[in-house]
Ligand binder design. Structure first.
Ligand SMILES: Cc1ncc(COP(=O)(O)O)c(C=O)c1O
Length: 466
């Protein structure tokens, strides 16, 4: 493809995306396809000869798009959002167009320094203390693994004696990181939560004391700000103080909720973050930056470098001794790194901090409004507080009250009927053993009318099954 053909097709693709964004609401959120259907429509081997771009684009439109789930749809209420705003998409396009591989300062000076800049901007917006330094990772799962590996390295103790602690509501990426970092189940402690699904610090302290008495070493404690099931927020200050006293690494997983830390009235949920050793939050969830883009902040960069820095001859550059030339390859697991800072820079600059705050405020307000509608209905129950735009609910027909298996079946069927409309997409969880429908508000195209729509659908699809 020569530059002129690239120009023509590039314009075509931007036109296609602009139309897609304009009309996205007219699509089903989740396609009506069965496993294997799309693969079955695709050739089983790669073409020997190059094909025309027109043919490729036609197949994209006819075979791929109809099989896509539309995360940018305003009816997206599933999991958490994965927002892909237009400025971010353009930043991503430029980043792939430049094709930079950002492993060291020398391989991409501007990318490295832009990453330092946007991470510093973000730290300021979040009100993080000065000593925190940020780096962009691919996902929160990777960042949490990095935290486990760094904690293990810093502990200096026999790794076979290190114990990890997190609440029963922590994300599955935490035990996954523990497993990869060589911490078997016998050295993983699940701390109980209170009635709001937040970790009980007194129970944590007791568990740590018992482990120390048994000759174990508290290696890492993970607190969550915004759990996946209900956006519960662990008491970070109390946990942090325990970690300081017990000399355990304190990692905070705020993959979804952390973005809301830029909103002053929500910031108290991050109270105590200055006691953390590491903190992860995903701009690729709520902060309008397309997947993938994870912000990982650490208090002691040296601990990170001691864990991940290895300098073979073939990677040496003349700037290695210059502290102004940061080599992000030493700040995580992969050597090669994408230029992710560009899209985050585009987002910060084109929206500005106040518009981002307003969006998050708006989603939280919609969550509170939905919660009030649910609370006003006698046969509906809210199963958790809704601090961060996630509302967990279930329908409780009087005939099924108290019968947990029947309620789970009833609500799962209701969820399936609502999703089958194609207008919205919702997922579920369990809270204290009870089946809950999660309504996660946070897609940037979602307006009040879409929340009214999902609530209307939920009530409507009960039908005569009262
Ligand atoms: C609290 C929490 N932690 C971690 C993750 C994993 O995020 P990632 O997909 O970036 O690894 C999620 C995903 O939803 C989450 O909700």
């Amino acid at each position: 493809m020569d530059p002129e053909q690239f120009r023509t097709h590039g314009h075509e693709i931007i036109d296609w995306l602009a139309d897609y964004y304009r009309d996205i609401e007219s699509r089903r959120v989740v396609p009506e396809v069965v496993p294997g259907q799309i693969r079955g429509a695709l050739p089983t081997s790669a073409p020997e000869d190059g094909q025309s771009f027109d043919a490729i684009l036609a197949d994209f439109r006819e075979l791929i798009v109809p099989g896509m789930t539309h995360w940018g749809h305003p009816g997206w209420f599933a999991y958490f959002p994965s927002n892909s705003s237009p400025p971010s998409v353009l930043g991503e396009l430029l980043s792939s167009g430049l094709g930079a591989q950002c492993m060291s300062w020398e391989t991409s000076p501007a990318a490295t320094e832009l990453e330092q800049t946007v991470m510093s901007w973000y730290a300021q917006l979040l009100g993080l203390p000065q000593q925190f330094t940020g780096v962009i990772q691919d996902t929160a799962s990777t960042a949490t693994l990095v935290a486990f590996l760094t904690a293990r390295e810093r502990a200096g103790a026999d790794p076979a004696r290190l114990v990890g602690y997190w609440s029963s509501e922590a994300h599955s990426s935490i035990p996954k990181a523990a497993r990869i970092a060589g911490m078997p189940i016998s050295r993983r402690r699940v701390v109980p939560v209170d009635r709001n699904f937040a970790m009980q610090p007194a129970a944590l302290d007791k568990m740590i004391a018992a482990d120390i008495a048994d000759g174990f070493v508290p290696g890492i404690v993970v607190g969550t700000m915004g759990t996946t099931s209900s956006t519960a927020c662990d008491p970070l200050r109390a946990i942090g103080e325990i970690c300081q006293e017990r000399r355990a690494w304190f990692h905070v997983d705020a993959a979804f909720g952390g973005s809301a830390g830029i909103v002053p009235e929500v910031r108290p949920l991050l109270d105590g973050i200055e006691l953390a050793d590491s903190f992860v939050t995903n701009p690729h969830k709520w902060l309008l930056t397309n997947f993938d883009c994870t912000a990982y902040f650490v208090r002691d960069v040296n601990a990170l470098l001691q864990t991940f820095s290895i300098l073979p001859e073939f990677l040496r550059t003349k700037h290695d001794e210059n502290t102004a030339a940061v080599n992000f390859r030493d700040w995580g697991i992969p050597l090669g790194r994408r230029f992710r800072a560009l899209k985050l820079w585009f987002v910060f600059r084109s929206y500005g901090a106040e518009a981002l705050r307003e969006m998050i405020r708006g989603h939280i307000a919609l969550g509170h409004e939905l919660a009030s509608w649910v609370d006003a209905e006698p046969d509906w129950e809210r199963l958790a507080p809704s601090p961060l735009a996630l509302v967990c609910i279930r329908h409780v027909p009087p005939a099924l009250a108290g019968d947990e298996p029947a309620l789970a079946k009833h609500n799962a069927a209701l969820l399936a009927r609502v999703n089958a409309t194609g207008r919205v997409h919702l997922t579920h969880t369990t809270l204290a053993g009870q089946y809950a429908i999660r309504v996660a508000i946070g897609a940037f195209r979602t307006e009040r009318r879409h929340v009214e729509d999902v609530w209307g659908l939920l009530k409507n699809e009960i039908g005569d099954r009262r």
